[in-house]
Design a protein around this ligand. Structure first.
Ligand code: UTP
Length: 294
């Protein structure tokens, strides 16, 4: 693909974040820092790098701080500049400069499928596909969206992202039922099973929080009924599209991943990023080594 394959990147951020209570009573989980940067800024940077021009953040009433993070911060920048803190000015400005940010409100957390359905009116008439990035899923290194766009160019339809997971761990994931294409890292999807027993899993390819969806998904979202947890599930909408012949492929991403959505794996992400940080890494490494040998 040559030109930007999609213009809009959707970041659903209207969930309740229950696994992070009590913090998420007042602090949106998308703003929790990975070292010093909110997870949603890392995901916005990934979208911008892939060529997205606009970020559509789906928020809920009361989560205004998420959009505020991307707003103009010239007053703070002026204060920092007056104090000679140019490095901090650049850090503060980054979120605002990455891409255009708009918000769409999901009044009630009726599920990821419902949240994605809320952005329909925010896309231009000529946008045929859009990206979705779950802000609590860091897919590393970045770049998979560009690969997914190439796959859409080749096969049409919608493209998802998968990780190849050891079979003994597969029952924690949504797992794709696939057949091969000529490219070992691109599979055609026939269905998906949520959290199967290891022996029943149709493959070892587990879903990750990156989607490149054809706008046909909106009509499918309108036609599904609430599934697991009483929520409108995006996987049900995709399953409906597959049953109607819409091509769906996955790109198998050979890289790392961090789940920022629950405290246990969030801590791992934080430590992993901190260990790589030039200011904090060496001291943290020494402290961790000593701490672990206690
Ligand atoms: P999650 O289930 O991981 O997030 O949804 P959550 O519901 O906020 O967290 P828990 O499970 O209660 O701890 C994945 C993504 O989809 C968004 C969430 O904000 C998260 O980024 N989401 C989920 C919505 O935007 N709307 C919804 O109705 C549900």
């Amino acid at each position: 693909m040559t030109a930007s394959p999609f213009r809009s990147a959707v970041v659903p951020a209207a969930g309740l974040g229950t696994r992070f209570l009590p913090t998420t009573k007042t602090v949106p989980k998308e703003l929790l820092p990975v070292v010093d940067t909110p997870g949603i800024e890392l995901v916005a940077a990934e979208a911008a790098e892939a060529g997205a021009e606009q970020l559509l953040i789906v928020t809920s009433p009361g989560k205004d701080a998420v959009a505020a993070h991307f707003a103009d911060s010239s007053e703070l920048e002026r204060t920092l500049a007056a104090r000679g803190k140019e490095k901090l000015v650049a850090k503060v400005r980054r979120a605002h400069e990455l891409l255009d940010v708009r918000t769409v409100t999901q009044d009630e957390p009726l599920g990821l499928g419902h949240a994605i359905g809320c952005v329909r009116g925010a896309l231009a008439d000529d946008e045929q596909a859009f990206a979705v990035l779950l802000p609590d899923d860091l897919v590393l290194p970045t770049g998979v969206l560009t690969r997914m766009a190439q796959v859409r160019e080749e096969f049409g339809g919608s493209v998802l992202c998968a990780f190849d997971i050891p079979r003994e761990e597969i029952s924690a994931y949504g797992v794709f039922d696939v057949t091969d294409t000529e490219d070992p890292d691109v599979k055609r999807v026939h269905g998906m099973v949520e959290k199967p027993a290891a022996d029943d899993a149709p493959s070892t390819f587990a879903a990750a929080g990156r989607y490149l969806l054809d706008v046909a998904v909106f009509d499918a979202i309108d036609r599904i009924t609430p599934g697991a947890g009483g929520e409108l599930q995006i996987t049900d909408a995709i399953a409906l599209l597959i049953s109607e012949g819409h091509p769906v492929h996955v790109v198998v991403h050979r890289g790392g991943r961090h789940d920022l959505g629950n405290p246990g794996s969030y801590v791992r992400a934080f430590v992993d990023f901190a260990l790589e940080h030039p200011d904090y890494g060496p001291e943290l490494r020494a402290w961790l080594t000593a701490r672990l040998s206690d």
